[in-house]
Design a protein around this ligand. Structure first.
Ligand code: SF4
Ligand code: FES
Length: 477
């Protein structure tokens, strides 16, 4: 392992470590634009330059590998001068439209300008101007703001493989654009270019002009619309969710990017409180948890069906309502096409199947359960369900179970038509309104935190299950 000095601090790093990453390991942040840990380094922005003892010129730390005996300085006058010069150069054509730019508040150009810029400009010539360019229905490009870091271009070449973006012309005329006739509409990962763009040149049509980012609070959560339960941020304010973004975990390439389907899934959880069920229902009438407990208790043998898209705590508590360990059934049969094997190693949309299976749930046994209900061996059914993850065939089996069972309790965060067949219903929180964890198909534990406060009367499944369990007569065999 090479040993080197960074600002007089000794450090040993793994062979092949870039200087920029080595600096990070000793707590020194090197300003950068074109470097991105998941993309090939190209050293185009020149913002990351450092001084190396004995070298005639400054070096770009994003392409320079740490070597034995190197003595690196990131705080010398030469480095400060280089950073200020690069900032002045990048701002030559950049508009001063921060007040109306969606990137304001999370803009690397803005931040580095404060930290390393000179404070005034010698530019007296008119700045170049372009019109906004639509890159399809989801992405808008404002080339005036582009600093030509090429992150977006490299992303379409190296990750999505769609190559619809390119750089054209040279010198002051250099610009990023889509190949003529191409948009980003056919790119399922298009939204990632917005996260990658260090300035406000690429913006999301869905999010632009809706919220200033400094009002948003990022809450760590997971993506449910994908097989890997990818870690994401839910940006919330005023008890609403405004966007989903990837939440990269160190050294895990797959966590840097999410599909647009996952990105825009937040709309599903931006629910109108006035349309939600807020109290227990029994036989179609508002009721109480005590009345539902009585009905469940008098039904006899109880089986539970938990969909493997909920958390592990939820699975545990729900399972405790079953009369026997053998009466815990798993549901959900959503499948995804694997488009990007580097990002997604499974097509199984029931991302917590493993967590449920570890807690005794049997998947693929709904038809035998239906037979048991028909034979009278099971009298009561408790179902935790989200229709998004069940096929029409599975929904039909669930519907049959609900029709045949003398008593059924359905818990759905977003009600579907199967609720209509239930004897009783409880108002349950969405996953953004509770904290829990899942175990994905790779065996990785993914936690998610409560991001939103549910309306009064709506509770997590774990709370309802506890209330039901405390009063339920039949113990687990
Ligand atoms: S649009 Fe953004 S990401 Fe693309 S080259 Fe310009 S600054 Fe970089
Ligand atoms: S980050 Fe190193 S040159 Fe751009």
């Amino acid at each position: 392992m090479p040993k080197l000095k960074i600002n007089d601090q000794e450090i040993m790093v793994e062979p092949g470590t870039l200087l920029l990453d080595a600096c990070k390991q000793v707590g020194i942040d090197i300003p950068h634009y074109c470097y991105h840990p998941a993309l090939t380094p190209v050293a185009t922005c020149r913002m990351c330059m450092v001084e190396i003892k004995g070298w005639p010129k400054l070096a770009t730390s994003c392409t320079m590998t740490a070597a034995e005996g190197m003595e690196v300085r990131t705080d010398s006058p030469a480095v400060a001068d280089a950073r200020a010069s690069v900032m002045e150069f990048l701002l030559m054509n950049h508009p001063l439209d921060c007040p109306i730019c969606d990137q304001a508040g999370e803009c690397a150009l803005q931040d580095y300008s404060y930290q390393y810029g000179s404070g005034d400009s010698r530019m007296v010539e008119p700045k170049r101007r372009y019109h906004y360019e639509d890159l399809g229905a989801r992405i808008v490009l404002d080339k005036n703001r582009c600093i030509h870091c090429t992150r977006c271009v490299r992303f379409t070449q190296e990750v999505s493989g769609t190559s619809e973006l390119t750089m054209v012309n040279r010198g002051a005329e250099l610009e990023v654009t889509a190949y003529s006739g191409k948009s980003m509409d056919s790119n399922p990962l298009a939204g990632n270019v917005v996260d990658l763009c260090p300035v406000g040149a690429l913006t999301s049509r869905d999010f632009r002009f809706t919220k200033r980012v400094w009002y948003l609070k990022p809450i760590p959560t997971i993506s449910r619309r994908g097989a890997m339960a990818s870690p994401i941020w839910a940006d919330v304010d005023e008890n609403r969710v405004w966007r989903f973004r990837p939440r990269p975990l160190d050294d895990q390439f797959a966590t840097y990017f999410i599909l647009d389907e996952e990105r825009f899934a937040y709309h599903r959880y931006d629910l109108d409180p006035s349309t939600r069920l807020t109290q227990p229902m029994l036989q179609g009438q508002p009721s109480t948890i005590e009345a539902i407990v009585d009905a469940l208790r008098s039904s006899g043998i109880v089986a539970v069906i938990g969909q493997g898209t909920f958390g592990c705590d939820t699975a545990q508590r729900l399972g405790e309502l079953a009369t026997s360990e053998h009466l815990k059934f798993g549901s959900g049969d959503k499948l995804y096409q694997i488009q990007y094997p580097k990002l997604q190693t499974s097509g199984d949309g029931i991302f917590n199947r493993r967590g449920f299976a570890e807690r005794g749930y049997k998947f693929g046994h709904l038809e035998p359960l239906l037979d048991m209900v028909r034979e009278g061996a099971v009298k009561g059914i408790v179902i935790l369900h989200d229709e998004e993850f069940s096929s029409a065939r599975e929904l039909e089996i669930l519907r049959q179970i609900l029709i045949e069972a003398p008593f059924s309790l359905v818990m759905e965060p977003i009600p579907s038509e199967i609720s209509e067949w239930a004897t009783a219903r409880l108002p349950v929180a969405t996953y953004l309104e509770e904290s829990d964890f899942v175990i994905n198909h790779e065996g990785k534990l993914r936690r998610y935190q409560k991001a939103l406060e549910p309306p009064k009367g709506i509770k997590p499944v774990t709370a309802w299950a506890r209330a039901l369990r405390m009063n339920q007569a039949a113990p687990i065999a």
